[in-house]
Design a protein around this ligand. Structure first.
Ligand SMILES: Cc1ncc(COP(=O)(O)O)c(C=O)c1O
Length: 412
């Protein structure tokens, strides 16, 4: 068995910021390929299947790279399903909390697997799936999402904790048993079960969660062909126990006679791209212990998760993160990074201490900038959408530039 060696740690960012003009997302091909190689290695050692979660990152011109390593896409809307089908390949696995009558027939055009959030949705749409299969001969797998009521450690107030109390996501064990008691054939036509319970968690978190999941739902697994472990695992981080994951997946598959599916999102683009921004102005206020840097980007428009969850850290090249206001005076050049919209709260919730004072024209390099940011960018305030660039062999390649026409087209 090939063991990932220290030589294969994730490469450091090598983008030369001076080569970047206005604020731009710069995806680094060598780091992207490194992350994908780790995922492919897990696939090779286990025979599991991996689908790219499009909700995390969907820069489709680069699917030609991700397609070399992964099996297909995981999608959660009709638009994502079509993008996966048209631009990646035809192995499109869809889950959504609920499907609409109007969209469902179109979803069946694009998806190879449809996962339902409840027995009610499954019963409602099963006849449509059966009719489509018998009319066209197309193979469409169906699955159910389970909710093992295992939240683990929740650092984000339930925002990204799918099994927190009150969550609408997935079928709980009591509901599962009740549905089968009412209709013993309720699982007829179901090929797999799906769970997605985490965000940014370790192998040990998965191992512990799996113990609980098997205890609650294990008796149904051997009736399935596949079990989908969802996303939320930081598999490509250097300190992730990849060999532990391989052993766990192999043992699980053997125990239950199933194929494991995984839907990595963040692990694909983790640290594989930066946002290079420019300092437009510096504002000094004598009532606070920091200076304010106004950048040619917007946290509201380009990094909304950092406003929703101010506890998230944004690593910046050459700067130390300062969270505690009492610590501010220990640093000579401490800044709050703010965006260029007129929203007063268009800023990060923490501070950055730099070695040298910032001045207009300086570059600020926000690291690990791709996951969940590019997909959520808006043109709020008419603010310029950062370009998407690819950093490859020491050169920049344009992937997408945004113009006034893009802004105008969204507004009417
Ligand atoms: C159903 C499902 N699968 C996969 C993912 C991808 O998760 P991550 O980007 O944390 O790996 C998500 C993220 O929310 C999800 O909801």
């Amino acid at each position: 068995m090939k063991v990932l060696s220290n030589m294969e740690k994730r490469p450091r960012s090598s983008v030369e910021p001076a080569k970047v003009g206005a604020a731009s997302f710069v995806i680094e091909e060598d780091i992207l390929r490194h992350n994908l190689s780790v995922l492919k290695y897990v696939k090779e050692q286990t025979g599991c299947k991996m689908f790219q979660a499009l909700k995390t990152w969907s820069t489709w011109p680069l699917f030609k790279i991700t397609r070399e390593y992964l099996d297909g896409t995981e999608v959660s809307s009709l638009n994502e399903a079509r993008l996966g089908y048209d631009e990646f390949n035809h192995d499109v696995h869809m889950y959504a909390p609920a499907y609409s009558e109007a969209e469902f027939p179109k979803i069946l055009n694009y998806c190879s697997t449809v996962i339902f959030n409840s027995f009610a949705q499954w019963e409602k749409f099963k006849p449509r799936v059966d009719a489509r299969v018998s009319r066209t001969g197309k193979k469409i797998e169906c699955g159910l999402r389970i909710n093992p009521e295992y939240a683990g450690k929740d650092e984000h107030g339930g925002l990204w904790t799918p099994c927190a109390p009150g969550s609408r996501l997935g079928i709980r064990i009591d509901e599962f048993k009740a549905a089968l008691a009412k209709n013993p054939r309720a699982l007829d036509g179901i090929g797999g079960l799906h769970f997605h319970i985490f965000f940014d968690k370790t192998f040990e978190d998965l191992r512990d969660a799996l113990g609980v999941i098997e205890e609650r739902f294990g008796e149904y697994f051997s009736r399935m062909q596949w079990i989908n472990f969802g996303g939320g695992q930081k598999i490509t981080d250097d300190d992730y126990d990849v060999e532990g994951l391989i052993q766990l997946v192999n043992a699980f598959q053997k125990r239950h006679g199933v194929t494991v599916h995984m839907e990595p999102g963040a692990a694909i683009v983790k640290n594989a791209g930066v946002l290079v921004a420019n300092v437009l102005d510096i504002v000094e206020r004598d009532d606070v212990g920091f200076k304010i840097a106004i950048l040619d980007m917007s946290f509201n428009a380009h990094m909304p998760d950092f406003l929703l969850s101010p506890e998230l850290d944004m690593p910046v090249a050459g700067a130390e993160i300062v969270r505690d206001a009492a610590e501010l005076k220990k640093h000579a050049h401490v800044y709050r990074l703010t965006g260029g919209t007129c929203v007063s709260g268009d800023q990060l919730g923490h501070y950055h201490a730099f070695q040298e004072p910032l001045k207009p024209g300086d570059k600020v390099i926000m690291e690990d900038a791709i996951q969940y940011n590019l997909v959520q960018c808006t043109m709020f305030n008419g603010v310029q959408h950062p370009a998407i660039l690819l950093w490859k062999n020491g050169q920049l390649e344009g992937v997408r530039e945004y113009t006034y026409q893009d802004y105008r087209a969204r507004m009417g």
